[in-house]
Design a protein around this ligand. Structure first.
Ligand code: B12
Ligand code: SF4
Ligand code: SF4
Length: 421
């Protein structure tokens, strides 16, 4: 007998785990929270294992999880064409052929366990009306996912704990490898077929209850687990409908068509993955972005009522004013934050400051040079007016970079100066 809806099903899973584990098969009666009796079912042990894993993942803090067979899903077959069109830009690692076929990632692979962790910290949004600070100083946008600690570490810790529990639960030899971005797998596709959501027109995985501000992590394993979705069950339906807000809101027109992105145009790629100069055509549309971009998620209706994450590691890092700032610059010292950081603050960071501030933060991926380059572009878009104290200080910093031997920084700084003179 199949269960009537997803919600009561998840309620039931935890309750029936224990009795099922005691035999080869078990019978249990269950009812919905509204006490409607759904009857008695027989469950084979493999499904009990899957339910146990989902329960374990929940107790380790994952908001959702699911199990999927490691198969070549239809989306993965579009990969060669996507690559051939050049959409991956400098991300050469995406051309690894194993990404198109999970069966090739690990000898004897059978299943993938996918975990989802919400990072939807409270507002502001980058699309909120005030891009500058209270005092009018230009501020940059660091993507919400990078306000706190590196999600790779946060998820990895939980996945490793889950792997440990697998070792205790399953006897006999098996292999299990945990990945957060790091493996040659397309996590969103596995997540879709593990029943966690649908792939939206902005290419992200969306969940009806959780929106899309979440991370994914996977454990690939040789364990032959029963998938979360039964053979006759489809993944959650695509609820994008006629909406095209993300496609229209993208400042750089990165979507060549719904569900397909030319990553070379995405601000996230430009600010994080691209090592050279930002192509001129994208500099102005980049606005105040200095690391990543949230726009195609912020405009998505499914994120409007998404739950807020209170995970301490994902909250914005804040730096109290240093003692010396009390005397050197102004009498109004302020705390600095990764949420809407002052661009002048970013631009005056030395490489050593950068290493110190962004230790254990996702921002370190773009390196000091990348952040300086991005801050230059954002300042070029800041509309700073000559004749102000802010303008004088910022021009001094930009002039210093313009005269540096680094061609990329020099060109980015010159461009910024030309825009604010
Ligand atoms: C590379 C990468 C990027 C690249 C490319 C983005 C992309 N859409 O693929 C860049 C740097 C731009 C990027 C940006 C971001 N990323 Co990213 N990224 C990845 C990574 C490492 C690999 C994804 C991948 O394989 N892309 C390759 C392409 C081929 O995939 P695709 O877009 O799904 O393309 C398919 C479709 O186009 C489909 N298709 C359907 N119809 C058609 C029609 C035609 C004609 C064609 C050709 C293809 C096609 O076929 C293609 C191949 O399967 C994953 C982690 C992982 N290992 O999976 C994280 C991941 C996807 N990123 C993530 C995040 C959080 C982000 C950002 C939000 C970060 C930020 N705030 O800046 C943005 C979001 C931008 C966006 N709208 O996608 C999360 C997403 C979570 C979620 N809810 O889905 C992931 C899963 C990381 C994680 N572990 O949590 N990312
Ligand atoms: S992250 Fe920003 S630039 Fe990239 S596709 Fe979404 S809206 Fe466009
Ligand atoms: S903004 Fe609209 S089209 Fe884009 S992902 Fe969200 S629901 Fe889908």
């Amino acid at each position: 007998m199949s269960l009537p809806t997803r919600a009561p099903r998840f309620e039931v899973l935890c309750d029936i785990t224990r009795p099922v584990l005691t035999g080869t098969a078990a019978e249990c009666t269950f009812s919905s929270p509204g006490s409607l009796d759904y009857g008695t079912i027989s469950l084979m042990i493999p499904l009990a294992d899957t339910l146990w894993i989902v329960d374990q993942a929940k107790s380790l803090g994952f908001d959702l999880s699911g199990v999927v067979r490691a198969e070549q899903f239809p989306e993965l077959q579009r990969m060669p064409e996507w690559l051939a069109r050049g959409y991956a830009g400098e991300m050469k690692y995406l051309a690894d052929p194993r990404r198109s076929d999970p069966q090739t990632v690990m000898p004897g692979i059978r299943s993938a366990i996918v975990g989802l962790l919400n990072y939807n910290t409270a507002r502001p949004l980058s699309t909120d009306p005030v891009p500058h600070g209270e005092n009018g100083e230009p501020r940059g946008w660091i993507s919400r996912y990078a306000w706190g600690d590196d999600y790779h570490d946060v998820l990895r810790e939980r996945l490793d704990a889950l792997r440990e529990s697998l070792r205790e639960h399953f006897t006999g030899p098996f292999e299990a490898r945990a990945y957060v971005d790091t493996g040659p797998v397309q996590e969103r596709v596995l997540a879709k077929y593990a029943g966690l959501g649908w792939l939206g027109k902005n290419t992200l995985l969306l969940n009806q209850m959780l929106g899309s501000f979440f991370f994914l992590g996977v454990i690939l394993t040789t364990l032959d687990l029963e998938p979360t979705l039964a053979a006759n069950e489809l993944p959650p339906p695509d609820l994008c409908g006629n909406c095209r807000r993300c496609l229209d809101a993208c400042p750089t027109q990165a979507f060549v068509e719904p569900y397909v992105m030319d990553a070379r145009k995405c601000i996230s790629y430009l600010t994080i993955e691209l090592h050279g100069l930002i192509p001129e055509e994208f500099r102005e549309p980049m606005g105040n972005h200095v690391f990543g971009c949230d726009i195609c998620q912020e405009v998505c209706p499914w994120n409007r009522r998404a739950p807020i994450s209170t995970i301490p590691q994902f909250q914005a890092r804040v730096f109290p004013p240093a003692e010396e700032n009390l005397t050197s610059r102004s009498l109004t010292p302020q705390a600095e934050s990764f949420c809407l950081p002052r661009l002048e603050w970013l631009l005056q960071l030395s490489e050593a400051d950068f290493r110190e501030l962004f230790r254990g933060s996702p921002v370190k991926r773009t390196k000091w040079r990348g952040l300086m380059r991005n801050a230059c572009i954002a300042l070029g878009n800041s509309g700073l007016r000559p004749g102000t104290a802010d303008h004088r200080r910022v021009s001094e910093l930009l002039n210093r970079l313009a005269g540096s031997g680094d061609q990329i920084l020099a060109e980015s700084a010159r461009w910024a100066l030309s825009r604010i003179q």
